[in-house]
Ligand binder design. Structure first.
Ligand SMILES: Nc1nc2[nH]c(I)nc2c(=O)[nH]1
Length: 264
């Protein structure tokens, strides 16, 4: 997409990095991961890059960062950290939702790591638990793709990258992520429906971005942070304060996890 190439050119120009090796989309609770990974060599306000905007989502830095890190083979690499995700519920259309991953591909990345905060359907996943995404249910009734772009989504969430993640932390569970349109949370009945459909996690992001990433030729790893038990799984109602608190408490562990996976 031309818009992605334009954004990638601005990022290359402002950061001085001609090609980024990997891209990270940081969701709620994942913000500190960039600092753990390596050294930020450029930080660009999102609104200064074509097609991006300062999303109103709390916990999002609103910036795009170029982070230099050393991989496990001792090679110096660059990660493009997108701290300004557009959610479908913002009503800006699917092109804006997919713009980040398309820009990542245009910037040279071969892999995108999509992270998010979400609700968990399994009681044993306490708030603060990271879960690898094994597959998704797209309940948004839409696609980031337009026209006759028939894309195979088998193994959309890379088994190779999931195996690397489990080498870093063998205790990581996997689950099927359901993207709802939002911005409201699900009713308890909708959570039960998602469970019956085979879902383990409920959120408002990631699935549409993953489809666009596959279409752009990127290998995808998805990691959710369970910040709350989905509605009805536990008797207490959802509290946004609990969501933010769980994210902050888990930050050190999940940031280290993400950094170690990226370095592999
Ligand atoms: N749809 C949905 N999105 C979420 N995001 C977070 I953080 N928690 C939830 C949740 O319980 N449901």
């Amino acid at each position: 997409m031309a818009a992605a190439r334009q954004a990638a050119a601005v990022i290359a120009d402002r950061s001085g990095v001609k090609r980024h090796d990997i891209a990270l989309v940081l969701g709620s609770g994942w913000g500190p991961a960039a600092d753990v990974l390596g050294e930020t060599i450029a930080q660009i306000p999102a609104e200064e890059v074509p097609g991006f905007s300062r999303s109103g989502v709390p916990g999002h830095s609103g910036t795009l960062r170029s982070v230099r890190y050393t991989d496990a083979q001792g090679t110096s690499r660059h990660a493009l950290v997108l701290g300004a995700r557009t959610h479908f519920y913002e009503g800006r259309g699917v092109r804006r939702v997919a713009h980040g991953v398309r820009t990542a591909a245009a910037a040279g990345a071969g892999i995108v790591v999509l992270t998010n905060g979400c609700g968990g359907l399994r009681p044993e996943w306490a708030p603060g638990t990271p879960v690898l995404i094994s597959d998704h249910l797209n309940l948004t009734a839409t696609s980031p793709l337009e026209g006759a772009t028939f894309v195979d989504l088998t193994d959309l969430y890379s088994p190779r990258l999931r195996a690397i993640a489990r080498e870093v932390d063998a205790s990581l569970d996997e689950g099927v992520y359901c993207q709802f349109r939002g911005p409201h949370y699900e009713t308890p009945a909708e959570v039960q429906m998602a469970g019956r459909l085979g879902g383990d996690l409920v959120g408002m992001s990631t699935a549409l971005e993953a489809i666009a990433a596959r279409h752009a030729g990127l290998e995808v790893l998805g990691v959710s942070l369970v910040t709350n038990l989905a509605a009805g799984i536990s008797p207490e109602p959802l509290s946004h304060a609990e969501v933010l608190e769980a994210g902050q408490a888990a930050a050190p562990r999940i940031s280290e996890l993400l950094a170690q996976i990226v370095r592999r």
